[in-house]
Design a binder for this molecule. Sequence first.
Ligand code: RIB
Ligand code: CA
Length: 330
Amino acid sequence: MHKGSPTKVIIDTDPGVDDALALLIALASPELEVVGVTTVCGNVPVGQGTKNLFRLLNVLKASPGLLVGQGAARPLEEDLVTAVQVHGSDGFGELDSVLTHEGAMRYPSVRLPPVLPTAQDVWNECIRRYQDDVTLITLGPLTNVAVALKVNPLTVQKFRSVIVMGGAIGVPGNVSPVAEFNMYVDPHAAHRVFQAALPLTLVPLDVTTRVGVARDVLRTWTTTSRDPLCRIVSDMTAKTFDFAEQVEGHGLLYFHDPLAVLSAVEPSLMRTEPLHVEVEMVGRVSRGATVADRRHRKPEEKASPNMQVAVDIDAERALSVIRSRLCPWS
Ligand code: RIB
Ligand code: CA
């Protein structure tokens, strides 16, 4: 059981199905205190991501005191590439089409607040309140971090730790043969962040594709209770399983974003290595590739590490933690 005071975290997200699972896990983990959630363009346009976030917080009946802000609507230089083919046209498994027995929408849209702070407003307020006691967990492209480095670098440099879901070091990409989606969408932002000497921990596909679940297994987790959380986990993941079965062929929903959260919940689940990592920004076929310098050289003979990279994971224990936080009834 968690002993010390909870780690204060801000979650920057492009909700997205696995983002939603990550948020559910973060809010259910006593090791964390979620002090802010901000949205960024990625899986879906940022306005849709913000609507999804409020829809989820409504189901969760999350504390009204949670600071929520909307961030960047487009990458620094590239046009936005979304992942609606993976997450459904709304980014949340097309929840509008989920009806109750009586034919009503099970997840009605929720009204957004009349005034919505920006992501920068939320980050500045969290740092004002908690100083250097805040960890930033990014689950989408790094555009908001890159913008903050430009407009308010002192805020970003106050983060105790920055945990980034993204990259592919020794494994293939997902959105392209070499690039992971979050890096691919905004490689210029990732480059700026990787060069900023922040306390980065990268959680790449190397570990996230080791922790997945098949449709029938998740069904055994979610059919043991009629809890609304159970139901939304089941309802929102159907489209992602369709993609995993019909396009990727392996049929697994990978817990990409939940593992970035687990890196803050239980760091011992992953083994990290200090590495120097760069992002390809301009390659016709290599855009978004994350290239780590793993040559066997004396340290003084190559670029010094700019981050910790999760290179191995206790996959079985990670899955058990995910299940216990996502579906404690199962
Ligand atoms: O490549 C996986 C990442 O891209 C996850 O964060 C997923 O939500 C998408 O944003
Ligand atoms: Ca994401």
